[in-house]
Design a protein around this ligand. Structure first.
Ligand SMILES: Cc1ncc(COP(=O)(O)O)c(C=O)c1O
Length: 432
């Protein structure tokens, strides 16, 4: 739940001091609600966890949820920013996000994305040899010098779903450990075009155990020692990625973000000191753990149905188009009845389904909520990877998103309308 979540005298869920029933009336449903206090608290806890390190920075991973307001919040909170596309970079640029604090990721950056990154003056996280060649060529052509990190595949797996693991052997992301000396040598030779500052690794998302996050530091420490001994390579930045999980259901028990950050900071100090290596600037890239629990999606319950095997369906007015996580990787959520918080728990199980034309469009398979037609259903922890993965499936406009704080709700992303859906449609002359 967002930290500001409460129940008011009417029995309604409030977030950021705003009655969610009123939010639904004013802004419609589905509605993404983001609690500013939760975002700020998560960011603060992360930065406090890193504070013992000295030179450390947290970069907000924009892929979790990015819009102009989120860029502003990240900047205000003293974070840098990760972007993975020209669109995310455009958003950052429009919010005047400082280029030197912006890092560009991606396993298949196009020439146009690399050019945009070079023009902006951000840091490029190089994903492989052919990309390294492209960055060098484009930097030379544009008369720029690219600040860069190399993404390493450390061969470490977090305890998470297959689709969101990234650091395992044979991952599509990064350079395998054995290939790192070659790419580092190559980039160092091209120092006129590339300022190679360091290494990066990210093992995956929604990890709960701390150990895999710490294991990559040991691996990177050994790698840096080899690079130092063999090539005199001096590591100035070490980016150990993001990936800390959040609590979606009672089964999830991730480490608190403060602990995650401070354990990482201590381990980097220990590993580098033990190898007599200078401490690099430490970077971490949390996304989900900053924005995830800040978000709640409000849906209006529509038709219900009882079918075979005692299954009770209640259909909501959104689903896989505003939150593809359940259909994509069987993500689990917790629901509430926002207009009737006090007796919304039920021993009976309700299957909350979406409104889209796929049988897999199930938001929660067995929800313990006493909800019925007309109720306002809240789904917790939808701040990360819902809006950012949303689509217009079945030609439905994407919902609005409001930021709530101190009893005020402000639109940060407008609801799309039907005109938005046909804005880019064209009819060939012969058919008109
Ligand atoms: C390179 C990189 N950094 C950071 C993140 C953020 O991960 P999370 O939102 O799990 O913290 C991701 C997520 O995929 C990523 O690919």
């Amino acid at each position: 739940m967002p930290i500001s979540a409460a129940t008011n005298e009417l029995g309604h869920l409030t977030i950021g001091g705003c009655d969610t029933v009123k939010l639904a009336e004013e802004f419609g449903t589905p509605l993404w609600v983001i609690d500013e206090a939760t975002v700020r608290q998560s960011a603060r806890a992360c930065l406090e966890g890193l504070s013992s390190y000295g030179d450390a920075r947290a970069l907000y991973a924009g892929k979790a949820f990015l819009c102009l307001t989120m860029c502003r919040l990240a900047q205000q909170m003293g974070m840098g920013l990760d972007v993975v596309s020209e669109g995310e970079l455009y958003t950052a640029a429009k919010a005047y996000f400082p280029p030197e604090l912006t890092y560009m990721h991606g396993n298949n950056k196009s020439q146009s994305e690399i050019d945009a990154g070079l023009a902006y003056g951000l840091n490029i996280v190089i994903d492989g040899m052919s990309e390294a060649q492209m960055v060098i060529a484009r930097a030379a052509a544009l008369g720029k010098r690219a600040s860069a990190l190399v993404r390493v595949t450390p061969g470490v797996e977090p305890d998470t779903h297959e689709h969101i693991k990234t650091g395992q052997h044979a991952s599509k992301f990064g350079v395998p450990l054995e290939g790192v000396p070659e790419i580092v040598r190559f980039l160092t030779e091209h120092h006129n075009e590339i300022d190679l500052r360091g290494l990066h690794a990210h093992i995956g998302s929604q990890g709960q155990e701390l150990e895999p996050f710490l294991q990559i530091i040991d691996i990177l420490g050994d790698l840096v020692l080899d690079l130092c001994q063999e090539q005199n390579f001096v590591l100035r930045q070490l980016d150990v990625g993001g990936g800390l999980g959040i609590t979606y259901t009672e089964e999830d028990k991730p480490a608190p973000i403060y602990t995650w950050a401070s354990e990482i900071a201590q381990r980097v100090k220990r590993v580098f000191t033990a190898r007599s290596l200078d401490l690099p600037q430490l970077l971490v890239e949390p996304g989900r753990s900053i924005i995830g629990t800040a978000g709640v999606t409000l849906y209006r319950a529509g038709h219900s149905k009882s079918v075979a095997n005692n299954i009770q369906y209640l259909a909501l007015d959104g689903g896989m188009a505003d939150n593809p996580r359940p259909i994509t990787y069987q993500a689990k959520y917790t629901a509430c009845v926002a207009n009737r918080m006090k007796d919304s728990f039920s021993e009976n199980r309700l299957t909350l389904v979406g409104r889209y034309c796929e049988s897999g469009d199930i938001i929660i398979r067995e929800a313990h909520v006493r909800a019925s037609t007309g109720d306002l259903v809240g789904i917790f922890a939808t701040g990360a990877y819902s809006y950012s993965q949303a689509s217009n499936y079945n030609r439905t406009p994407r919902p609005a998103c409001v930021l709530v704080a101190d009893g005020k709700a402000e639109i940060i992303i407008e609801r799309e309308n039907n005109d938005d859906l046909i804005r880019h449609d064209r009819i060939p002359k012969r058919l008109s």
